[in-house]
Design a protein around this ligand. Structure first.
Ligand code: 5GP
Length: 187
């Protein structure tokens, strides 16, 4: 693999904010591969459709699919985001609808991070109303201490403390999505 030191810094500084490396690329990719293998085994013969929640999940979804060895499909859906803030507004709205018809399909929602659980609760209810044959949720990250809603996450990459994180698809004011590792904001 080609080395890009600028995409794998140890620390990122943005004004007074300092983000320190938290999950290095290799650790992320190893865990994503494990989840891909698990899905390949569990869905053998089932032709699942993965639904990525934009924008944050695009990198996780891509790497996950590269590790799914059975026939599968994908689509994207988009919810309103936090805007440029680091905290949730508590409201969720659909910005981009699904294109695929998922009735009677085996659906796996693919999220970047579950924080309060509000977005994933909304997604689950929305997808369930479309009558899939089955529904599971994969999230790369989960902040168990922030959870305010009772949501079951079937595949969890990493449980993390309540820090604000960026990189590997996750942004701060739309920046840092391109970084290959995940960084946590230092208090
Ligand atoms: P929830 O609805 O569970 O509170 O928040 C989920 C969404 O909030 C995620 O899909 C993500 O867009 C955003 N989010 C929550 N925590 C973080 C974080 O630490 N970093 C970033 N970049 N986004 C976050």
């Amino acid at each position: 693999m080609r080395e890009h030191n600028d995409l794998n810094p140890e620390v990122i500084r943005s004004g007074s904010d300092v983000f320190k490396i938290f999950l290095p690329e290799e650790k992320i990719l190893n865990r994503v591969a494990e989840i891909g293998e698990e899905i390949s085994t569990e869905y053998k013969g089932k032709f699942p459709i993965l639904i990525g929640v934009l924008n944050g999940s695009f990198m996780f979804l891509a790497d996950l699919m590269k590790n799914i060895s059975i026939k599968c499909e994908m689509d994207f859906i988009k919810l309103s985001s936090y805007g440029d803030e680091k905290i949730s507004s508590g409201k969720v709205k659909l910005i981009k609808e699904l294109n695929a018809d998922i009735e009677d399909r085996h659906v796996i929602i693919v999220e970047d991070i579950v924080d309060s659980g509000l977005s994933i609760k909304y997604m689950r209810e929305l997808i369930e109303s479309m009558k899939p044959a089955s529904l599971k949720i994969a999230s790369l990250l989960l902040k168990p201490n922030s959870l305010k809603y009772d949501v079951k996450i079937d595949y969890i990459g990493f449980e993390i403390p309540d820090a604000f994180v960026v990189g590997y698809g996750l942004d701060y004011a739309q920046k840092y999505r391109n970084l290959r590792s995940i960084y946590a904001l230092s208090e």
